[in-house]
Design a protein around this ligand. Structure first.
Ligand code: COA
Length: 667
């Protein structure tokens, strides 16, 4: 069985679980339970612990989370009630009987875990899933006494597990690969980011985190905990000692590093201070403290040394993939950028210097086994799979609903360029990672930099269009498979593909007018030329940010096909690539006649009049333009003009501040 990069390309080999038992009502067990119930409200969830007070606290925590979500308008009362329904706590293991998945999140203690699994195996069927949330013990050890090992592996969550998207899914040697694949599919479909990891001590991300903390503790001979944290915040949102305090992590480092030392050598031994200190004296989050320059440099080098050492080791031993490693460090461990990106940005010379110093201070620790560049050449924001001669390119930026930034645009283009002249490749499918979004548009983080500069903004739009212009000129078909929302620049990408298939609950929107800007990379041009029958629909989308749902989009001919689930959507997209092979594309080079826009109604007050007028003028001028290129240039220039309005400043600021923009004030 081939493993697909995008977990949702596998057809699920099991039904959705109906009854899950989580063993261990400490902190992470209930948090995992809360995520499961939020994702699957119909689920029958059992929280099992030996201590009734722990169960009571866990159930109270469920209500606390739901109440907070209601207060923040992230959840309705009915949704909260659905989460609370069907959750029970028990101290009686016998109640596990009938569960189709037992997820163990008990104390990190090998004999205890083995005992739990022996009990569990007596109660559940031989194909019920059994997974452990251990952060360090390989599944080969914890499941060694199971009779039916093929259904068992490690699924390792990160705190806070109800919200932290990352889950390491361990490729256990004895586990059925179909079980591992199903777990990846399940997590991805329920909003998590599963990272496939080999079955070694501490898996992938805890190797980074535990050793980062361990070496931080070794720096205490030259700096205080607050100083080490302060130096570390160049790279992480919270320093190692701050995190250790929050997680009561000292005993964990002692355990996990002892485990690594036993298997991989004494250089992994935990710093003795972890045994004698309960908590550290640290500063408030984000607060910098004074650190003498020489001390800061020594600490910085040491922290980077251990970080890079662990990363090259993970890659050299194939414990995890490069993109997963960077993504996991950012999303699960709070690194500001992935360590491999950090290496790339520091440059070979500096990284080599750091490694040399580190090797002298920490003999035995892993050093690079390959040339520097070999660690850095990987796709960061896309996953590429091959299905039936078609390259399926999945946009994966789960932290921003797959929004497109410059590097992601370039990456998609370079994947296409790399494969398009290969006769074995029939074409491409572009889709989004996860169950929510194809793409939430251009990355809004880039916009403030071009505000007030018409030419720079127009050039930015032109640069963003490189991929789209390439798509226009391609002969091999590219089909967009919309697995959820396609907004702004994401929708502009989809409409440049040769055809679009979509899930029935996908939807489209140009929200730019709500940001006080014009959508500059084709939205004011392409829909009118491609689907003239839908001109009035697109006009309302552009000037009033109206949503277009999948069914009307299909009726208007914007979507070629609709699908009920991700797997069949991709199958249809792949079939469409084959069907479109050699067929001519809709010509977009001819001007079109469009009906004059209706006068803006009273509710237009919700949007900027100035930007609405920029859009309307650009749409009319672009429709009449003699070539596609000339029409696109009108769009870039209109974006540039809109970026100079007071409305754009207000709209972009409001998005960042999570408030409603006030266009009545800006005009
Ligand atoms: N650019 C950059 N980041 C984006 C983004 C974009 N276009 N769209 C979403 N994100 C980020 C959010 O900032 C948020 O990050 P955070 O968790 O660090 O705060 C994350 O993705 C999740 O989005 P969030 O807004 O929390 O989800 P939601 O369910 O509340 O709302 C949307 C979803 C799509 C309605 C909302 O994210 C949105 O309006 N996005 C902007 C869409 C847009 O205007 N696109 C056109 C740009 S040209």
């Amino acid at each position: 069985m081939t493993i697909t990069q995008n977990p949702l390309l596998q057809s699920p080999a099991r039904p959705m679980p109906k009854r899950i038992a989580v063993i261990g009502a400490g902190t992470i067990g209930p948090d995992i339970g809360y995520y499961l119930k939020s994702a699957l409200p119909e689920l029958d969830l059992l929280l099992v612990d030996v201590a009734q007070p722990a169960i009571d606290r866990a159930l109270a925590r469920f209500s606390e989370y739901a109440n907070k979500a209601i207060a923040r308008r992230k959840m309705t009362d009915a949704e909260a009630a659905a989460i609370a329904r069907g959750v029970r706590g028990t101290t009686d293991y016998a109640e596990i009987r009938g569960a189709d998945w037992v997820l163990e999140a008990a104390t990190e203690d090998l004999p205890l875990k083995r005992k739990i699994f022996a009990q569990v195996e007596e109660l559940v069927t031989s194909d019920a899933l059994i997974t452990s949330n251990t952060s360090s013990l390989p599944s080969a050890r914890i499941f060694s006494e199971l009779r039916h090992k093929r259904r068992a592996t490690v699924t390792h969550f990160f705190a806070p597990a109800w919200r932290n998207p990352v889950v390491e899914v361990v490729r256990a040697r004895d586990a059925d690969p179909a079980v591992v694949d199903w777990l990846r599919w399940f997590f991805c479909t329920t909003g998590k980011v599963p990272l496939l990891t080999e079955d070694v001590e501490c898996f992938m991300l805890d190797r980074v985190f535990d050793n980062w903390c361990n070496d931080a503790a070794m720096c205490l001979d030259r700096a205080t905990a607050a100083q080490v944290d302060s130096v570390a915040t160049e790279f992480v949102h919270a320093g190692p000692f701050f995190v250790l305090n929050m997680a009561n992590g000292n005993p964990i480092i002692t355990e996990t590093n002892t485990l690594q030392a036993e298997v991989e050598g004494d250089h992994y031994r935990p710093a003795p201070i972890f045994r004698s200190v309960a908590s550290w004296t640290t500063s408030r989050l984000g607060q910098r403290v004074e650190v003498p320059p020489q001390v800061a440099e020594a600490v910085r080098d040491r922290l980077l040394g251990i970080l890079f050492s662990q990363c090259v080791d993970i890659l050299d031993r194939g414990i995890g993939g490069a993109a997963d490693l960077d993504l996991g460090c950012r999303l699960a461990l709070g690194f500001r950028q992935g360590p491999l990106d950090l290496m790339r940005n520091l440059g070979e010379r500096e990284v080599r210097r750091i490694f040399e110093r580190f090797a002298a201070e920490r003999p035995g620790m892993p050093t690079p086994k390959r040339a520097f560049v070999q660690y850095l050449g990987f796709e960061r924001g896309v996953l590429v799979d091959d299905l039936d001669g078609v390259k399926v390119v999945t946009l994966r930026r789960p932290e921003a609903l797959n929004a497109l930034h410059d590097d992601l645009n370039d990456e998609i283009l370079s994947v296409i360029r790399r494969h398009e002249s290969d006769p074995l490749v029939k074409g491409f499918v572009l889709t989004g990672y996860g169950a929510r979004a194809f793409c939430a548009g251009a990355d809004i983080g880039r916009f403030p930099g071009v505000l007030g500069r018409a030419d720079a903004a127009a050039q930015y739009a032109r640069d963003c269009s490189r991929l789209l212009v390439h798509l226009d000129q391609m002969e091999k078909p590219v089909v967009a498979a919309l697995n959820g929302m396609a907004l702004g620049g994401g929708l502009e990408l989809a409409i440049r593909c040769h055809a679009i298939v979509a899930l029935r609950d996908a939807w489209l929107q140009f929200p730019e007018i709500t940001l006080g800007i014009a959508p500059g990379i084709g939205a004011m041009v392409v829909p009118y030329r491609r689907w003239p029958n839908a001109a009035s629909t697109f006009h309302s989308m552009l000037t009033r940010a109206e949503r277009l749902d999948a069914i009307p989009a299909h009726e208007l001919g914007v979507f070629a096909e609709l699908a009920d689930d991700y797997g069949s959507m991709i199958a249809r997209a792949v079939a469409l690539v084959h069907a479109l092979d050699g067929k001519p594309r809709t010509a977009l080079d001819r001007p079109v006649t469009i009906a004059p826009a209706a006068a803006a109604g009273a509710d237009q007050q919700a949007f900027s009049r100035e930007v609405t007028s920029i859009i309307e003028q650009a749409v009319a001028a672009a429709a009449a333009a003699p070539t596609l290129n000339a029409a696109l240039e009108i769009g870039y220039a209109a974006f540039g003009r809109s970026a100079c309005t007071a409305a754009a400043r207000e709209g972009i600021a409001a998005f960042g501040e999570r408030r409603k923009p006030d266009f009545a004030r800006t005009g």
